[in-house]
Ligand binder design. Structure first.
Ligand SMILES: [Zn+2]
Length: 337
């Protein structure tokens, strides 16, 4: 677990974060964004504050690894429910006993925050909130069976969505929004497992939700999944399953990022296909869902050197990346009619 800041330092940091998102910068930012928006005839969303997104990432990581059946996991789940309520969402919690690859029963919770639940025009935003119980990509083999902090792989997507929840509370977009924090995404069969291969051991929370949505007959125009959206120097190439099943939404998101000046984060190029929650969302509900996920075409794993190792901690989290993703997604949802 990452050492907590002493109380005074934490209060100071919070004060600094609030100041950093204060009026001065906000006005300058808004003037620039407003000019760009008018030129394009688009709606400008409330300003995404990367400092608060960063704080929500850190607050999750401070619980320690969020592995199902642990106290840190229960405590962090309660924290997420509290934050969504604080930001004015109608919260539903789906509890389920899910069976892991090794037959462990995982006490899982999918946490859902809805805005304008009566509105039939909806968009789904999601991320997984659990973190991986193993560091099976760690070079130090002795530490491969220890759980990881998952600052990027897990906490970053949730941190961006919590900041979006705060914006939605400030000003509602024209459409209803459902924010879903899926559980038990990252409990998939580890590379060191010697038993027989089993399919579908990842994404257990979204598989459950896909079969039993939180409201009967749930529908949304499309979904956006955020996974590993806080790493320094991250690149989000077009993920191929999304490209095949949600091409119009992929185009909209990548074009929006380019218009906002985030083309270095969102290259107009194809990446690879990734096993992630969006596949089960689409296969089980037919809601097209776009995965915005860090992809590194040069790296060994494709996800960056930190992936499923103990390097996935707060040191690799960068506000600039959180801001690029958060501002892009905010602009997309505030421009839905
Ligand atoms: Zn993972």
């Amino acid at each position: 677990m990452k050492k907590k800041h002493p109380l005074i330092a934490a209060v100071l940091l919070t004060a600094l974060a609030i100041m950093a998102c204060g009026n001065h910068r906000k006005q300058a930012d808004q003037a620039a964004t407003t000019a760009a928006a008018e030129a394009q005839d688009t709606v400008t969303p409330p300003t995404f504050c990367a400092d608060s997104a960063y704080r929500y990432v850190r607050e999750q990581v401070d619980f320690g690894p969020r592995v199902p059946n642990t106290q840190a996991h229960r405590d962090c789940g309660d924290y997420l429910i509290g934050k969504l309520r604080q930001f004015g969402a109608t919260v539903q919690v789906q509890e389920a006993d899910l069976v892991a690859y090794d037959n462990t029963i995982l006490k899982a919770r999918n946490i859902i925050g809805s805005y304008q639940p009566e509105n039939r025009r909806r968009v789904l935003l999601c991320a997984h909130w659990d973190s991986r119980p193993y560091a099976d990509a760690e070079r130090n083999k002795k530490r491969q069976r220890e759980p990881i902090l998952g600052a990027n792989d897990g906490a970053s997507g949730v941190g961006v969505l919590l900041e979006l929840a705060r914006l939605i509370q400030q000003r509602q977009p024209a459409i209803g929004i459902d924010i879903i924090f899926f559980d038990a995404e990252d409990y998939g069969m580890p590379t060191f497992h010697r038993g027989q291969y089993k399919p579908d051991t990842w994404c257990l929370g979204s598989q459950y939700w896909g079969r039993v949505p939180h409201t009967q007959g749930y529908n949304a125009r499309y979904g956006i999944l955020l996974d590993m959206v806080g790493g320094r120097g991250a690149t989000f190439y077009r993920e191929l399953f999304s490209q095949r099943t949600a091409p119009a939404q992929v185009k909209k998101i990548w074009d929006t990022a380019a218009r906002l000046g985030f083309q270095d984060f969102f290259p107009q190029a194809d990446g690879t296909e990734v096993t992630d929650d969006h596949i089960y969302v689409y296969n089980l509900t037919r809601i097209p869902c776009v995965d915005i996920i860090n992809y590194d075409p040069q790296g060994d794993t494709g996800f960056g050197d930190f992936w499923h190792t103990h390097d996935d901690n707060m040191d690799i989290i960068d506000r600039a990346t959180l801001n690029a993703v958060g501002t892009t997604v905010a602009t997309v949802i505030y421009n839905e009619k």
